[in-house]
Ligand binder design. Structure first.
Ligand SMILES: Nc1nc2c(ncn2[C@@H]2O[C@H](COP(=O)(O)OP(=O)(O)O)[C@@H](O)[C@H]2O)c(=O)[nH]1
Ligand SMILES: [Mg+2]
Length: 309
């Protein structure tokens, strides 16, 4: 297990958490060094809160530690930390992080990628496509962010570099039409997976959210069960704002999973916990850098290990 951890991208997560010395384990150990009392417990709640665990989780976790300490005042820092670690692990392992198994349904599997501008959608499409291609799957990506010419070029650069098949529309064309073409091509070419990049939309703009509905209708038309997954890309460095984004997107279009990017750039890893707990949507992948391989399936065990190093 340790070997798996060292090999995986979680090393990068760990480094990010270490950068600002904000790992929960270290902070808790420092706090519990002296006498443990009401004051310490209040500070503990603050530590949880600062790690972006959110109000509800911070309060609940502190309450657990308080109760445990009352029952067992002889408990040392390690005992209390172990309790918190176990609780966080429990929250994180509640939702299965794997993609839907479509082996029994008609291929291709269709994955729609949505989210706010700059969160890392286009990069994640390329990373996911490369990953699935490396697993031996036949992958097609669709450049359905026709809003900015640069977005099509950006995806095309990745596609050429890694030999990934791509369908694109012209700048300004209807993203639902590009989606239709991509799925039709995917079926004709017998691909296993179609991954669709979309334009960044503000979750507060109703018309843009309606456009997403139209893209989904295009999917249904060509392939009635699709999209099989709608993955919302969230930027981990935006903290609790990411939760608001997820709530609104989920209202308009049910989200089946999250891709949490830029975990290499934040010390507030607790956002993963509060997102899953508040939204009950699994984090399926994490982004840990700008390179094509800086992308990992979410693994709660490795994540908790990084958080409590
Ligand atoms: N450090 C880091 N940067 C990332 C990650 N994912 C994306 N980015 C960067 O975030 C910026 C926006 O990404 P892009 O894919 O264009 O976002 P989009 O507007 O949602 O399509 C780019 O500079 C990416 O290189 C990540 O996991 N870590
Ligand atoms: Mg983009």
């Amino acid at each position: 297990m340790i070997l798996k951890f060292i090999k995986s991208g979680y090393q990068k997560v760990k480094r990010a958490f270490a950068k600002t010395g904000a790992m929960l384990g270290n902070k808790m150990r420092a706090l519990f060094k002296g006498k443990i009392d009401e004051d310490t417990l209040e500070q503990l709640e603050q530590i949880f809160y600062e790690a972006d665990l959110g109000v509800q989780t911070s309060v609940e976790l502190t309450e657990r530690v308080r109760a445990l300490y009352r029952r067992n005042p002889a408990l040392n820092a390690d005992g209390l930390i172990a309790e918190v670690r176990q609780e966080i692990g429990k929250i994180l392992s509640q939702y299965p992080p794997t993609l839907k198994d479509v082996s029994k349904t008609q291929l291709p599997m269709v994955i729609l990628i949505v989210g706010v501008n700059g969160n890392g959608k286009t990069t994640s499409v390329a990373k996911l496509a490369k990953r699935m291609q490396d697993e031996g799957k036949k992958v097609l990506i669709a450049a359905a962010d026709t809003f900015r010419a640069a977005a099509i070029e950006q995806l095309e650069t990745w596609a050429k570099r890694h030999d990934i098949a791509m369908v694109k529309g012209v700048h300004g064309s209807d993203p639902a039409a590009v989606t239709f073409d991509a799925l039709s091509a995917g079926i004709a070419r017998g691909v296993d997976v179609v991954i669709i990049d979309t334009a960044g939309r503000l979750h507060t703009k109703t018309d843009l959210m309606k456009e997403l509905e139209k893209i989904k209708r295009s999917c249904h038309k060509v392939h009635p069960d699709s999209p099989h997954e709608t993955l919302l890309v969230l930027d981990a460095t935006t903290g609790q704002n990411a939760i608001d984004q997820a709530k609104t997107f989920n209202q308009f279009t049910p989200i089946t999973g999250l891709i949490l990017t830029k975990l290499d750039g934040t010390a507030k890893g607790g956002i993963v916990v509060s997102i899953q707990q508040q939204l009950q949507i699994p984090v399926k992948f994490i982004g840990v850098g700008e390179a094509i391989d800086d992308f990992e399936p979410f693994d709660s065990e490795s994540f908790v290990e990084a958080l409590f190093e």
